[in-house]
Design a protein around this ligand. Sequence first.
Ligand SMILES: Cc1cc2nc3c(=O)[nH]c(=O)nc-3n(C[C@H](O)[C@H](O)[C@H](O)COP(=O)(O)OP(=O)(O)OC[C@H]3O[C@@H](n4cnc5c(N)ncnc54)[C@H](O)[C@@H]3O)c2cc1C
Length: 252
Amino acid sequence: MTAASSLGSMTSAPGLGSKDVGGSWALWETLAKKHTDFGRPSVFEGNIDEAKWLSFTVTLRDPTFFNLMEAFTGNEAGTGGLVTFTDSNWLMSIVLAHQPHFINQPKDVHVFWGYGLFPDEKGNHVEKKMSECTGKEILTEVCGQLGFNEHQGLILETSNCIPCMMPFITSQFMPRVMGDRPLVRPVGTSNFAFIGQFCEMPDDVVFTVEYSVRSAQTAAYSVLGIDKEVSPLYKGQYDPRVVFDAFRTMMH
Ligand SMILES: Cc1cc2nc3c(=O)[nH]c(=O)nc-3n(C[C@H](O)[C@H](O)[C@H](O)COP(=O)(O)OP(=O)(O)OC[C@H]3O[C@@H](n4cnc5c(N)ncnc54)[C@H](O)[C@@H]3O)c2cc1C
């Protein structure tokens, strides 16, 4: 999912990588040529326009942005969910995690992360496609969405925003049919298995750490003959609270 990702800077936009960058897709393509049971990588790697997103990380050497966010959301960093700007043309979200986020992060430094799901749209405050924006322009759009214009100069001067283009970030969600993804243990194999986000496992949901962990458990326990259960799945569709919330949302 992070194959061929590329970074920009405060003054440059990131480039757009292709499936030939790195070796992740080549590894699966090589395997897939050997047997039809080893899946069809082209289903997932073939449409960058549908699969890409742009994310960004921001390092702030001044607390103003975090203070304004706490006043605006009522949440201390790390206690709320992500903040999605539903009216943003880029459909942008930001996440302020508990600080410090990194070991040895200095007390007067804050960091947050964000992303836009529609990087080829023009911004509401910056007249450019997100994919063509520098870190400075992305942070300008964030300030514009939040109405922090009065403090924008200080925030821009004391921050470093690094954009990251991820051409395959949602490739595992591309429309697929049975057989596009290999089973963790394709029938007849004895000494290898498929793990990660692109193998077939019943009921589980991709774009999660859990999916990779369960695929690795399935692979290791079965290849090595270990008598252990794979961690159980949470089946939200049978939880009355989830069903009730889903029903309420549908009725809105
Ligand atoms: C921006 C973003 C946000 C996310 N948010 C969430 C979230 O909120 N919740 C959630 O559950 N999941 C989230 N995910 C998904 C989650 O991070 C991934 O699904 C998970 O990390 C995949 O784990 P993995 O072990 O399959 O692959 P990876 O973590 O990619 O591990 C593969 C490892 O193999 C190494 N490797 C590659 N090639 C070789 C080689 N030839 N030889 C040796 N080593 C090699 C790589 O360096 C890497 O360390 C997010 C992912 C991204 C990118």
